[in-house]
Design a protein around this ligand. Structure first.
Ligand SMILES: [Zn+2]
Ligand SMILES: [Zn+2]
Length: 373
């Protein structure tokens, strides 16, 4: 191949003549593809073969997530249609040339992206803002096998702690995002926090807040989720369907309202509402993102004269991933109650239809089994 390149080195269409490396084996697997909004197909395709630096996992568990649901409903600026699912854990079945961190047979957990380590954001320690972190994104976890890109395999493919099931370990990525948010809040102690929106992420925030010793008020609108938040440690709940939320928050927080409100619903209306609920001098953390181009207008009096600070949090840094891994491995964050059900890969279409109707919080999708793995 090298001699071919040198002999035609003047040709601008050179790469078209270079044979592609063999990326597939002949063994077949199932993989869920999201073709367009609300259209998932489970297809059969060859199991990928790892190129240099790449790793192939046998998927043991994948988890549904709010990002998946958003993508399912309307597409996502960072997550293209195609192979679907990004939270998983599994076993290494093949490694490409140059892979040294893991070997065949290792139980591992990846995050879907990795930062480049070289750009100005990375060098400033803000790797979550890396321009290149979505290059080599690993998608397609609702499958029998998954190809881990060279970039992710080099830095964000961690050992599954032996004390954890594959389902628990697969929480690494969402928990990393939550840990990053708490790192953004660390400059001032948080005594009382309200978590608004009780999906998988909101419930993880409840758990992390309790682990950090804060008093937690869970704010949501479905009775079963409010009950779940209490099971996960919430000290008080406010039902947005039945309570006057601002007054309710003041009441259950001892008069002033919580120090911090974490917005996990991702609706423009709620972004503005939560800034109205914050106490004077309080902080609002906008965790859940909005659709590209969305505009919101805040009450200037609240922001300026009441010194309500708006803090934002996006994605995770390598240090957040390590901290999330540590918290999971040491059992400080028990994620099991957050799993609504464990389902077989063949149920993937039904699972997203249920989530779309508002049923369940977070499902584990396993290639074969229907029990905890
Ligand atoms: Zn996720
Ligand atoms: Zn970078």
């Amino acid at each position: 191949m090298t001699s071919e390149i040198s002999s035609v080195s003047d040709s601008p269409t050179l790469t078209e003549h270079v044979p592609q490396r063999d990326q597939e084996s002949r063994e077949l697997m199932r993989q869920a593809l999201l073709r367009e909004p609300r259209h998932i197909e489970l297809v059969t395709r060859p199991v990928p073969a790892p190129g240099p630096g790449e790793v192939v996992l046998r998927v043991r568990a994948a988890l549904t997530c709010g990002t998946d649901l958003k993508t399912y409903r309307r597409g996502h600026p960072k997550v293209p249609f195609g192979p679907f699912g990004h939270e998983c854990a599994g076993d290494v079945v093949a490694t490409g040339r140059g892979v040294r961190r893991v070997r065949e047979g290792d139980a591992v957990v990846p995050t879907p992206t990795a930062s480049c380590g070289e750009c100005p954001s990375c060098r400033a320690g803000r790797e979550n803002l890396c321009e290149r972190q979505f290059e080599g994104i690993v998608l397609g976890a609702y499958a029998d096998y998954l190809l881990i890109s060279e970039k992710v395999a080099a830095s964000n493919l961690l050992r599954k702690p032996s004390t954890l099931t594959y389902i628990e370990a697969a929480f690494l990525e969402p928990l990393s995002c939550v840990i990053h948010a708490w790192d953004r809040l660390r400059s001032i102690p948080v005594e009382q926090v309200a978590v608004v929106g009780l999906g998988g992420i909101g419930l993880l925030h409840v758990r992390v807040a309790k682990a950090l010793g804060a008093r937690v008020i869970a704010v949501g609108r479905r009775a079963e989720r409010l009950t779940l938040a209490k099971q996960l440690g919430a000290d008080a709940v406010v039902d947005t369907d039945h309570d006057e939320v601002s007054a309710g928050l003041r009441e259950v927080s001892g008069g002033l309202g919580p120090d911090v409100i974490i917005e996990c619903t991702g609706s423009p209306h709620m972004w503005v509402e939560v800034a109205g609920w914050a106490r004077r001098g309080g902080r609002v953390l906008l965790f859940a993102g909005l659709a590209a181009g969305a505009q919101v207008a805040f009450d200037a009096t609240r922001l300026h004269y009441d010194e309500v600070d708006i803090v934002n949090s996006f994605h995770y840094r390598p240090s957040d991933v390590l901290e999330a891994h540590r918290l999971l491995a040491t059992g400080q964050i028990d994620v099991r109650p957050i799993i609504s059900d464990v389902r077989d890969l063949t149920s993937i279409v039904d699972v997203f239809a249920s989530l779309d109707r508002g049923n369940g919080v977070k499902y584990a999708i396993l290639p074969e089994a229907t029990g905890w793995a």
